[in-house]
Design a binder for this molecule. Structure first.
Ligand code: MG
Length: 262
């Protein structure tokens, strides 16, 4: 008796769940609408969408961006090793900054969470070394999660460590690197990780990256703090934090860095 009843009970349950799903997420209009629909019934007017003036040139900062570096000053940056000290890198031709090898990374003064970030970088003009030794630097979101900067033009290395990779986490979809005398752009859409009250990870960070306008990371989940050795994880909960640029011993250059908080 019980054996016959169980399938019926299960079917009833599945049927009820289906009906509930249909009422929740209708993919077709109901046969009988409670009232005749008019165009304006699906128009939302308030609040009006905020106006942002885009830059004249694509890639330049729009009106609501925070300018982190425009070529003239490192005022928005400090030494990563000792944030009480100024950023130890040099400005070249009032146009770009260049890593001073051995001086350590630099970090923004301001802290960020979710953001849209634009960074331009160029590999050192003189091509030296190979693999990870060529034009290595990195953009560390929230001081933890590295979007790799490398001269990946005619330079083979491990795929999850080349330019456009989330270092040792996600290889880029393609290699869109320009030659060492040219400038590259990164356009990043970043969502910070969310943590539970007990400090465990709730929702991983996600990132989308365009390298020279080419999609290289498509809303991937970042699996944790970037480590050189070992699997990545989220060792501790954190809030907004600084963005850092890495000194990996190469004279990598940066310019036109701006950010929009999301
Ligand atoms: Mg790096």
């Amino acid at each position: 008796m019980k054996l016959i009843k169980l399938p019926i009970l299960l079917m009833t349950f599945v049927f009820a769940a289906q009906i509930q799903a249909q009422t929740k997420y209708t993919s077709v209009p109901p046969e009988e609408s409670p009232m005749p629909m008019k165009p304006e019934m699906t128009e939302i007017w308030e609040p009006e969408v905020e106006v942002v003036t885009p830059a004249k040139k694509l890639g330049d900062a729009p009106s609501d961006a925070i300018i982190l570096f425009d070529g003239s000053t490192l005022d928005q940056w400090v030494s990563q090793k000792d944030p009480s000290k100024p950023a130890p890198w040099k400005i070249v031709d009032n146009d770009h900054m260049e890593v001073v090898p051995g001086s350590g990374g630099i970090s923004t003064k301001m802290k960020f969470g979710d953001c849209q970030l634009h960074v331009e970088f160029s590999a050192p003009d003189k091509v030296e070394s190979e693999s990870q030794g060529r034009g290595n630097s990195g953009v560390f979101l929230q001081n933890r999660y590295e979007l790799q900067v490398l001269d990946s033009y005619n330079n083979r290395t491990y795929r999850n460590g080349q330019a456009g990779s989330i270092y040792k986490d996600h290889a880029p979809l393609v290699n869109a690197m320009r030659g060492p005398l040219e400038w590259n752009t990164y356009d990043v859409i970043y969502r910070a990780p969310r943590f539970k009250e007990n400090g465990e990870i709730d929702t991983k960070a996600t990132i989308t990256v365009l390298h020279n306008g080419v999609l290289v990371q498509n809303n991937v989940a970042i699996n944790g703090t970037t480590f050189y050795i070992g699997l990545h994880n989220y060792p501790e909960a954190h809030g907004d934090d600084v963005i850092s640029l890495q000194d990996h011993g190469n004279k990598t250059q940066f310019r036109n860095i701006w950010l929009r908080k999301l």
